[in-house]
Design a protein around this ligand. Structure first.
Ligand code: HEC
Ligand code: HEC
Length: 297
């Protein structure tokens, strides 16, 4: 009875050592295998080498990027249609904010009658809810490109303006404004408007010499500007403009304060385009108003 009744599996010191090692090693191996199994998906996180160089570049690229343009490279101008689609259609496609709707001839007819130069001027300078240049900067869209967009919109809405002339290489962007030729108004209908357009054909260029007059020769400048610009409509009363020297036509208008009358001449009123469609200085336009008003008193 001195012998143990059962047979112990570990009988030698070597077996004991093996059993202890196995006791530690087996769970560890199982844990490692389980961990690998659980984490078996492809690793793409930081600290792994699975990110390609392209992905890394895309992730660390700066938020803002500067586009470098070669100022000497020949400029590729966008077409009127491209500018319209990119910018102007935001309002003009639906007629948002009271914008004249693209291809709606009724919306456009009275505006087309103002002549291309006036439309372009409005597009560049803004009017009411129409932001200057449709809200773009001159760096993005040159005057020439805006002019093309105006021609594109107007021509799809009843006008037949010629494609604006491309500015000569190296010419200042601003020259695009005057490069655009005034249009034939055959489609616009109103004979009066056509007459006014014909009379205004040379307005922007002709107005230049009058600019810059100051002080004592202001009345001279006023008379000169009247002869160059305003008389196109005001001499004969085109488009119902109050006729030069016609006291009856002017009397009701002169009941308003002079500042109001100046304002109409500077910013337009009905068929009267801002500054008569010219690019004369404010002072010269006021002088022309004074000249016309003094003749009607
Ligand atoms: C944010 C809206 C908006 C955008 C963008 C816009 N317009 Fe206009 N546009 C208007 C509104 C509103 C009017 C009517 C203004 C009025 O008669 O008071 C108008 C009127 C015009 C007229 C007629 C002006 C006149 O003398 O009767 C022209 C031409 C014009 N837009 C050209 C353009 C061009 C070219 C672009 C793109 C480069 C453009 N617009 C982008 C809102 C917009
Ligand atoms: C395209 C034709 C046209 C041209 C060019 C023109 N006008 Fe007029 N003008 C009109 C019409 C039309 C009216 C009447 C507007 C109305 O009452 O609706 C008018 C009205 C006026 C009025 C009266 C506004 C008022 O009711 O108190 C003044 C002032 C005036 N114009 C000044 C000028 C001056 C200055 C120039 C030249 C720089 C000029 N106009 C060029 C068409 C023109």
């Amino acid at each position: 009875m001195s012998e143990a009744p059962h047979k112990a599996p570990i009988k030698t010191p070597a077996q004991l050592v093996a059993a202890v090692i196995a006791g530690f090693a087996v769970p560890i191996i199982i844990i490692v295998l389980l961990a690998i199994y659980v984490d078996n998906s492809t690793r793409t996180g930081a600290g792994t080498d699975s990110l390609s160089e392209a992905e890394v570049t895309a992730r660390i690229k700066p938020l803002a990027q500067v586009e470098i343009r070669d100022a000497n490279a020949p400029r590729v101008y966008k077409s009127g249609e491209e500018v319209y689609k990119a910018v102007c259609s935001a309002c003009h496609a639906s007629g948002a904010a009271g914008a004249p709707k693209f291809t709606n001839t009724a919306d456009w007819a009275p505006r087309i009658a103002q002549g291309f130069d006036t439309l372009l001027h409005t597009a560049l300078a803004g009017k009411g809810a129409m932001p200057p240049r449709g809200g773009t900067s001159p760096d993005d869209y040159s005057d020439f490109e805006i002019a093309r967009a105006v021609a594109y919109m107007a021509n799809n809405s009843g006008a037949s303006f010629p494609e604006p002339a491309q500015p000569a290489a190296g010419a200042a962007a601003a020259s695009g404004a005057t490069a655009a030729a005034p249009a034939g108004a055959s489609d616009a209908g109103a004979a009066q408007a056509a007459a006014a357009l014909a009379a205004m054909a040379s307005v922007p260029q002709a107005a230049a010499p009058a600019a810059g007059a100051t002080g004592a020769d202001a009345s001279q400048a006023g008379k000169a500007l009247y002869q160059q610009v305003c008389q196109a409509c005001h001499a004969a009363g085109v488009l119902n403009a109050p006729k030069f020297g016609d006291k009856e036509a002017w009397a009701p208008r002169l009941k308003e304060p002079m500042d109001t009358v100046y304002n109409y001449a500077l910013h337009g009123k009905g068929a009267m385009p801002p500054k008569g469609g010219s690019n004369a200085s404010d002072a010269d336009v006021k002088a022309a108003v004074d000249y016309m008003v003094s003749a009607a008193k």
